[in-house]
Ligand binder design. Structure first.
Ligand SMILES: [Zn+2]
Length: 208
């Protein structure tokens, strides 16, 4: 952000696929604020308990202490009046209320830094991130590197058989893919294949 006068708050959003360095970028901005002696609070969804319960951890192992929340309303309750900077990681798991919480807190003069996935495993906009982008002052879109071909990757490829919107995981379950290598139907195809295998195994068992 450029020069901001007075106690004006604002919303910064960092989006991109998995493995694009969103958490690292969030941690970098929050650390810089802490070094500048600003009062910082950090939140992440209770659903995401990869690696540690009380910290945000990027895939490269950077870590910063955080509080677990279930929704935007939880954040509104937990932010102290004197807090100046609020960080939120994996905001796509917090539901619509996170947009309202960010708007209210920015209106109160707080700097909101929010990271999250902007598209889901099918390549569709991942609510509420698109709505958050619409009300943000500043947007950073990060890209990963396609794990197939090395081109800039905008997509999160799911490699396991699940059609649930939310399947929390990291290494092995997801890959960064460019628009050419992205296979939105892959999770569905794997699920269908597994069903066929199971049915075939049952038939074999019954006939032997
Ligand atoms: Zn590719």
């Amino acid at each position: 952000m450029d020069i901001v006068k007075g106690n004006m708050g604002w919303i910064e959003v960092v989006v991109g696929p998995m493995f694009s360095g969103k958490s690292e970028e969030l941690i970098r901005r929050l650390r810089r604020a802490e070094i500048g002696r600003q009062r910082v609070q950090i939140f992440k969804p209770a659903i995401d308990q990869r690696y540690t319960k009380n910290g945000i951890v990027s895939h490269s192992g950077l870590e910063i202490a955080s509080e677990l929340v279930k929704s935007g309303s939880d954040i509104l309750e937990k932010v102290a009046p004197r807090t100046e900077v609020v960080g939120i990681d994996e905001a796509q798991f917090l539901g619509e209320s996170v947009v309202d919480a960010c708007t209210k807190l920015a209106d109160l003069g707080k700097r909101m830094i929010v990271a999250g996935l902007d598209t889901d495993f099918m390549g569709r906009p991942f609510e509420p991130m698109p709505r958050l982008l619409a009300v943000a002052e500043e947007i950073t879109k990060l890209l990963a590197i396609c794990m197939r071909c090395g081109n800039p990757a905008v997509h999160t490829q799911r490699l396991v058989a699940s059609e649930e919107l939310i399947v929390v995981g990291a290494g092995g379950m997801y890959e960064a893919r460019c628009r050419r290598c992205f296979e939105p139907q892959l999770a569905h195809q794997i699920a269908e294949e597994e069903k066929e295998h199971a049915a075939a195994a049952k038939t074999r068992a019954a006939s032997s």
